[in-house]
Design a binder for this molecule. Structure first.
Ligand code: F6P
Length: 542
């Protein structure tokens, strides 16, 4: 790979020049000049169809973006990731989430170990456990079967399990209750458990490091809740299992490592929902459907690995994100699922995208002189349409959107689904083409109101369509975004697999906690603002 900084690369310079020529061209004009672009600027892979024709691009833009990707070594780095090379440079590890979904019988030897064999051995243990819970064979301390499963974790050890549970609710066992506790705010734990019977409740303590303060605090409260109700420390063995890479800490906490499901340091927290971190998902949907989800992930992995960039869904989406962030100064990208079951998908994506690409130095440690990861956010459409879409349509900021829809509903009811889906196409059309002054006047609008009703348009969208939301398609969708984030990270020459930025806050919180809990008027040595806030908190507390 060239050591030129990104801005010095010939393809970057060509893109700058190209942007000065076409950056201001309206999508109305692009469609007028090229009426068939809606059938050409699209790609398909692993059961997902992407229409990217309503982006502010031409064939030349896409050619130059693919050239940029090649010049930045996206394909080489992708292959290095799939080979298990240590592409997470700041932690000197592979980033090998793709191995979590490689089929049984395949093999990938990394640092001397066949990781696929390890993955399937844990999947088999998870399947046995999930079947025992689902069949009622696994009994609680007092002999009653488990009816409630509470996942305790935070960040990647929570967002994936919650999102997948909500997304796949249609496929879950409705006679089992699933809850998710993440926040160290006691309200989260108390509200999640208040109507549950400890005798019938199993906690899955999910933490890659088993050192995360929020999770350990919630886990200790869970243990007190169980032991207090059942009257014996022995109850822990029947009511707690752990998912972690850290056996010693699991044992120190008091969970038998026979009840621990392992994963590995080459799985990043935000890339872990298909590892043992997905245990609650597997209990909810069953091992067979969990396998289907893994097959969906793998299908998109294979598409990303083998399809040429010009037809590569994650590659194209990643390149479009770079195009807007760098050349249009775009700060945020919205992801709007038109599928109620995907209501937590945007929250899940926020960690995936922003913890990955919120970086300020290159792999070599040099400060970047360009923007990196944009802010990702979203809500299920059509709810968003009645709240913040106004700003997207007529505000002063450019916010590209991904609109996600399906051909079929899992809950067909009258004409709901067609009404829902018509909104996807209507929004994409309105955002792209807007409404001209002439059109507004032709409607007989009072002259003074005309400017308020004009819609400039030229707002870009990607539309993603699948047949129906299944475990398989969920895996495909998550993998699509994982690899889109990866593509962006390679272009920006950053490490999308570390997260040093979250550490300082943790260290400072650990220092401040005793200053809040201690009765003694400890001397405060922070800045004047922090000192004053702590004093005010102490006063309010008492
Ligand atoms: O917030 C930082 C972070 O390290 C995330 O990257 C991670 O997903 C989360 O904390 C939870 O970490 P763990 O699974 O080790 O408890």
């Amino acid at each position: 790979m060239s050591i030129d900084s990104l801005r010095q690369k010939p393809s970057w310079k060509a893109l700058e020049q190209h942007h000065s020529e076409i950056g201001a061209v309206h999508l109305r004009e692009l469609f007028a000049q090229d009426p068939d672009r809606g059938e050409r600027l699209c790609a398909e892979g692993a059961g997902l169809y992407l229409d990217y024709s309503k982006n502010r691009v031409t064939d030349e833009t896409m050619r130059l973006l693919c050239e940029l990707a090649r010049e930045c070594g996206v394909e080489e780095r992708r292959d290095a990731m799939f080979r298990g090379q240590h592409i997470n440079v700041s932690e000197d590890r592979p980033a090998l989430h793709v191995a979590l979904r490689m089929p049984r019988g395949s093999s990938l030897v990394v640092d001397g170990a066949d990781v696929v064999a390890q993955v399937h051995s844990v999947l088999d243990r998870m399947a046995t456990f999930a079947r025992r819970i689902r069949s009622g064979e696994w009994k609680g301390h007092s002999g009653k079967p488990i009816r409630n499963i509470v996942n305790v974790g935070i960040g990647g050890s929570d967002l994936g399990p919650v999102m997948a549970y909500e997304a796949l609710r249609h496929y879950t066992r409705r006679d089992l209750t699933f809850r998710f506790v993440s926040n160290v705010d006691a309200t989260d734990f108390v509200e999640a458990t208040r109507d549950l019977s400890p005798e019938e409740t199993l906690f899955i303590i999910s933490s890659k490091t088993f050192g995360t303060l929020e999770t350990l605090t919630n886990a200790r409260s869970a243990r007190d809740w169980v032991v207090g109700a059942l009257g014996s420390e022995e109850a822990v063995a029947r009511h707690f299992v752990a998912v972690s890479t850290h056996a010693r800490r699991v044992a120190e906490f008091g969970i038998d490592t026979a009840n621990m499901f392992e994963f590995w340091d080459w799985v990043g927290g935000r890339y872990s929902m298909d590892s043992a971190i997905g245990l609650s998902t597997m209990v909810a949907i069953g091992p067979e459907q969990f396998q289907d989800m893994l097959a969906g992930f793998h299908a998109m992995d294979e598409h990303f690995r083998t399809a040429p960039l010009e037809a590569n869904l994650p590659g194209l989406m990643g390149l479009l994100a770079v195009w807007y962030a760098e050349f249009f100064g775009v700060q945020t990208i919205g992801v709007m699922p038109y599928e109620q079951y995907l209501k937590r998908f945007p929250a899940y994506l926020q960690q995936l995208t922003m913890e990955s690409n919120g970086k300020h130095v290159t792999l070599g440690g040099t400060p970047v002189d360009y923007d990196t990861g944009p802010v990702y956010w979203g809500e299920p459409g059509t709810n968003g349409q009645h709240s913040f879409y106004q700003l997207i349509h007529q505000g002063t900021r450019l916010i590209p959107l991904d609109l996600i829809g399906f051909g079929k509903s899992l809950n067909p009811l009258g004409d709901h689904h067609d009404i829902l889906s018509s909104n996807i196409f209507a929004q994409a059309e309105a955002l792209a083409f807007g409404k001209t002054e002439r059109e507004v006047r032709a409607e007989g609008t009072a002259p003074e109101v005309v400017p308020h009703r004009v819609m400039e348009g030229n707002r870009p969208t990607n539309v993603l369509l699948g047949e129906v939301l299944t475990p398989r398609l969920l895996g495909t969708l998550v993998s699509l975004y994982e690899h889109s984030v990866f593509t962006q990270g390679v272009i920006w020459d950053i490490d999308p697999f570390d997260q040093w930025g979250v550490e300082l806050g943790k260290v400072l919180a650990a220092r401040i906690t005793p200053e809040l809990t201690s009765d003694a008027e400890r001397e405060l040595t922070h800045d004047s603002s922090s000192n004053a806030l702590i004093r005010r908190y102490r006063a309010l507390k008492h």
